[in-house]
Design a protein around this ligand. Structure first.
Ligand code: PRP
Length: 178
């Protein structure tokens, strides 16, 4: 992998337009239902969550959760462990998990099982990008930004070895052979 500027896969304008659309849908779906708890999955979701939350006109609170994949095969092994939990009690609350990317689906599957066991009033999911060809576990997504091909994406919170998280667009990292 090189350090050169990643090629654009989803432009800044396309992201903002989609975040606008998703936030309008969430505003309408949760209108009058009390304070929605947004649960951002660290680290990658921090920028998406920040933009989304600032577009919401309904009352909402912000929580974070952190997980990590076990094993040398990363998420492909399917085993996920909790590194940091939310602070709020979720019993009887409307909860929306906000993820940057759904790759194999194991992380979101683990998180929805974990959070459903806390008896929220409802549990919904919002994912910025989904790699359709990589999905191993079918997890329901209520709000989806974009379906993307199986390429290594960076930017808008997504990283490659901690690089490129703050790019304003979603890009594809070039391989050394490019
Ligand atoms: C990414 C992403 C998801 C997970 C999705 O996290 O933020 O949490 O992978 O993969 P899966 O669908 O195959 O389970 P990552 O491990 O890159 O950590 P980061 O968000 O801290 O960069």
């Amino acid at each position: 992998m090189t350090d050169s500027k990643p090629n654009t896969l989803v432009s800044e304008e396309e992201i903002h337009k989609r975040v606008d659309e998703i936030s309008r849908q969430i505003n309408s779906d949760f209108e009058g239902k009390g304070t929605l708890v947004l649960v951002g999955v660290l680290k990658g979701a921090f920028i998406f969550l920040a933009d989304l939350s600032r577009k919401l006109t309904i009352p909402h609170s912000i929580e974070f959760i952190a997980v990590s994949s076990y094993g040398t095969q990363g998420a492909d092994s399917g085993a996920v462990r909790l590194l940091m939990d939310v602070r709020e009690d979720l019993v009887g609350r409307h909860v929306l998990v906000v993820e940057d990317i759904l790759d194999t689906g194991h992380t979101l599957d683990y998180l929805t099982t974990l959070l459903k066991a806390r008896n929220p009033a409802s549990l919904s999911t919002c994912v910025l990008v989904r790699k359709t060809d990589r999905v191993q576990v079918n997890v329901h997504i209520d709000y989806l930004g974009f379906d993307i091909p199986d390429v290594w994406v960076v930017g808008y919170g997504l990283d490659f070895a901690e690089k490129h998280r703050t790019l304003p667009y979603i890009g594809v990292v070039k391989s050394d052979s490019d």
